[in-house]
Write a protein that binds this ligand. Structure first.
Ligand SMILES: Nc1ncnc2c1ncn2[C@@H]1O[C@H](COP(=O)(O)OP(=O)(O)O)[C@@H](O)[C@H]1O
Ligand SMILES: [Mg+2]
Length: 250
């Protein structure tokens, strides 16, 4: 279980997350909703150690995350698909994927000096690449293409594929559907359901609250750094105040 307890994060004097408490059970998809600036990205970044909490505790299964360096968080099975995809546009699709297995590379000091394709000689990396190819046949056809020349949807697939190269047990996604056509949004959500069915646990930050709540078991709503609501996804979808605030309905 992901267990976030009374987490606070400050940027200087600005408090972006205020005593947020949230859990994601193994095998769940949980949606994290909220307006721009609510603190959702900061919360995800704190979980993977990219920003440090000023108070609170976090753990994934038996591993305490709040005191762990980021590269260890990835070894503990937690991966983030960051907002805006953040791939290396001038590297090939395959090299971007291999970067996702970086913590495998960093186990061997000689590997750090070697060309990136050295990592491909490792059976575990080849296995993961084959798994990503199975999940994203469209990426598999484009391995030598530069990442920057992919379509928006393909880039999002690549960002997810890269995170999967670390073989996570918990996947955090920060607005994966932003800027994508509705059919691609559906494709990505269907993929998340498939990954969940294959054993992955998912915490999903999503602008498209309706779409997220349709695949999630539970949801949380953040406002100005606080978790203000938690419920079953079905109940959130039916709630008039949620419909007004996040689902564009009355
Ligand atoms: N690197 C940063 N430095 C200073 N303030 C930041 C930084 N990142 C985010 N913030 C502030 O923290 C708050 C939460 O931002 P963020 O976590 O990005 O929210 P969300 O993802 O919900 O839109 C906002 O007020 C934002 O301006
Ligand atoms: Mg954000």
């Amino acid at each position: 279980m992901l267990n976030v307890q009374a987490l606070s994060v400050h940027y200087g004097r600005v408090q972006a997350v205020r005593e947020a408490t949230l859990t994601v059970k193994r095998g769940e998809i949980v949606a994290l909703l909220g307006a721009n600036g609510a603190g959702k990205s900061t919360l995800l970044q704190a979980i993977v150690g990219l920003v440090r909490p000023s108070a609170g505790q976090m753990s994934w299964n038996d591993a305490r995350l709040d005191t762990m360096p980021t590269h260890r968080v990835s070894r503990a099975g937690v991966a983030l698909v960051p907002e805006g995809r953040q791939m290396l546009a001038s590297l090939s699709v395959r090299d971007n994927l291999l970067l996702g297995a970086y913590h495998e590379l960093s186990r061997s000091p000689t590997a750090l000096m070697a060309p990136m394709h050295w990592v491909l000689t490792r059976p575990i990396v080849r296995e993961r690449l084959a798994n990503v190819n199975r999940l994203f046949p469209r990426l598999a056809e484009r391995h030598s293409q530069m990442a920057g020349s992919l379509s928006g949807g393909e880039q999002q697939m690549l960002a997810i594929g890269r995170a999967l190269m670390a073989a996570p047990s918990l996947l955090l996604l920060d607005e994966p559907s932003i800027g994508l056509a509705p059919n691609l949004v559906q494709e990505i959500l269907a993929l998340l359901v498939r990954l969940r069915d294959e054993g992955l646990t998912v915490l999903l930050v999503e602008q498209d609250a309706h779409a997220a709540l349709r695949i999630a078991e539970r949801g949380y709503v953040m406002e100005t750094g606080r978790i203000v609501l938690e419920d079953q996804a079905r109940a959130l979808l039916a709630s008039p105040s949620i419909r007004r605030a996040y689902l564009g309905g009355a």
